[in-house]
Write a protein that binds this ligand. Structure first.
Ligand code: IPE
Ligand code: IPE
Ligand code: MG
Length: 242
């Protein structure tokens, strides 16, 4: 697609973009293909968006690849998604590294295939020093489980005497989240026309700007991201101030 990078003032570029990559199944259905073909077609969309994000100056992307609710899908689809995520991370690792992308896994170990965890950890280790863009791969991620797991760890530390209960602030609490280094989300994107968050990054998105894109994920590319950022740049973020 031909669209030049929009000319947007650097302070109007979102540092952290969260993306719910939705609509793969519908994309495949419209073509008479199995749902899995939609997931496969979504890979190129993600990596084009990552290149577009680097080009425009985004510093961090959180990509929702598998939610804690996605275990409710058919065993065949779950199995496909596990193997597919593992393979994508392996296949794209060197490319990400060459682009200066720091890959991090965000999510819960429970139930997640150990081969997926293993690939994510290897990618994380290889790319740990990269500074161009941070890519949070959210695999087996759930916002509520993240908060509950944080509360559990916090309660344990209080019980052990490592921390006093009246010292618990937002800042202290956030250190117990899956990825304490994560910035707050500036721009929250979802493809496919659905207008819900589906349990993605609730703690981090309390002041995010939301843009819902009327395009199925496999049809997304860098220009879709740039258009959403143009819209974001026109929003007035007040953070409660008058
Ligand atoms: C998003 O596409 C990918 C995952 C949730 C893993 P979907 O598979 O949800 O596609 P639709 O929403 O059924 O079209
Ligand atoms: C959210 O999409 C999860 C991912 C994109 C990984 P879903 O398709 O699972 O969400 P719902 O079920 O429509 O809310
Ligand atoms: Mg969906």
């Amino acid at each position: 697609m031909s669209m030049k990078i929009p000319n947007i003032a650097p302070e109007k570029i979102p540092a952290h973009v969260a993306i719910v990559m939705d609509g793969n199944g519908r994309w495949a259905k419209a073509r008479g293909l199995p749902r899995t073909a939609g997931h496969e077609a979504g890979e190129a969309a993600l990596f084009d968006v990552i290149e577009g994000a680097i080009a425009i100056g985004v510093k961090e992307i959180s990509a929702y690849a598998f939610s804690t609710e996605n275990w409710r899908r058919s065993p065949d689809e779950v199995k496909f998604l596990m193997g597919f995520n593992r393979d994508v991370i392996r296949r794209r690792r060197d490319q990400m590294h060459a682009m200066g992308v720091h890959v991090r896994w965000v999510g819960r170990p429970k139930r997640l295939w150990s081969s997926v965890i293993n690939e994510l950890e290897q990618a994380e280790e290889l790319t740990a020093k990269n500074k161009v863009l941070t890519l949070n791969m959210c695999v087996n991620y759930g916002g509520r489980s993240e908060i509950v797991d944080a509360a559990t760890a916090l309660a344990r530390d209080v019980k052990r005497g490592k921390l006093s209960a009246d010292k618990i602030s937002e800042k202290v609490f956030s250190r117990y989240l899956d990825q304490p280094q994560m910035r707050d989300v500036d721009l929250f994107l979802r493809s496919s026309g659905e207008m819900r968050t589906s349990n993605f990054l609730p703690w981090q998105s309390v002041y995010a700007e939301f843009v819902f894109m009327d395009v199925l994920w496999p049809d997304v590319d860098r220009t879709t991201l740039w258009k959403a950022i143009e819209e974001y740049s026109k929003r007035d973020r007040r953070f409660g101030k008058a």
